[in-house]
Design a protein around this ligand. Sequence first.
Ligand SMILES: C[S@@+](CC[C@H](N)C(=O)[O-])C[C@H]1O[C@@H](n2cnc3c(N)ncnc32)[C@H](O)[C@@H]1O
Ligand code: SF4
Length: 332
Amino acid sequence: MSTSSPPSALIDPFGRQVEYVRLSVTDKCNMRCFYCIPQGFTGFEEPENWLRFDEIERLMAAFASLGVRRVRLTGGEPLVRRNLPELAGRLSAIDGIEDLSLSTNAALLRQHAGALREAGVSRINVSLDSLDPQRFRQITRGNLEPVLSGLMEARRVGLSPVKINMVAMKGLNDSEFESMVDFCLEYGFTLRLIETMPVGDTGRDAVDRYIDLQEVRARLARRYELIPDVMPGGGPARYVRVGGTELRIGFITPISQHFCETCNRVRLAVDGTLYLCLGQEDRVEFRPMLRDGASREELRDAIVRALALKPERHEFRERPERVIRFMSQTGG
Ligand SMILES: C[S@@+](CC[C@H](N)C(=O)[O-])C[C@H]1O[C@@H](n2cnc3c(N)ncnc32)[C@H](O)[C@@H]1O
Ligand code: SF4
């Protein structure tokens, strides 16, 4: 990977530099978090419409040539895409890509952590909403045990940092913030708390579980000393460090305090649709171009044109009904 980083040439109409792509490698998942994928949903993208590895590589090389430096593999659950470490290796070899990361539910991480690390994935985010097996099942329909062993394997092979993503939900896991802090302290993980977002019908159903994270922060401050901090590559989270420890806690507050003015990312769905914002419908289809054999120059031109469509901000508060697709379709 290259280490010199000239500024991104991708600047949107609001002056924001885009240097980060969240790349969904599948919309499928081996869990069913109730706020994310509808129960019984069968409308997943047909495999012939999934971008192939060579197509993803061509498109990401075009992004990198314009200044994208960071790629996150996501989904759906990225580890259900066959041969993911091979794709990771191809992406981390692209000139200009300096940071390749992964968002996962970790159910399959124990089997793949070592290969991913060798393929150039440096750090991971793991969804973990509860440490109680029953509650975990209630939220995700999955088993907690493989997730915990996946986390331990990630730590063992040296993926770092490992960030735990916990969606805060009233009446579901709001008794567990302190125990999650203690868990992260014990294993050296970073904790990120997330507000529920009205993305898709499932997300809207979860909105009555919404908790303002300012309140959670105040609650944690009664038990821990919280020192405002920064986390390199920390994205939209506002971080604190727990006094006397290395633990950082990030608060991701898309609803109570949106952070759109610093947005530096776009999202590529598994079918080659580029979404310019998680909370809006603006999009550009890249699959037809890729399948028609578009050149690097043509892809670059299309990316630059797409950037002109990036909206100023989401409207989760004002228009919560707006986003029809759910998180795993866009690439969360
Ligand atoms: C869509 S998942 C994809 C990657 C992987 N399957 C995982 O769970 O980490 C990415 C993140 O989106 C979050 N997410 C999904 N739906 C959400 C919603 N309605 N509100 C807030 N966060 C959501 C999940 O908790 C997870 O941290
Ligand atoms: S949040 Fe992640 S693990 Fe949960 S259903 Fe969505 S894609 Fe699957």
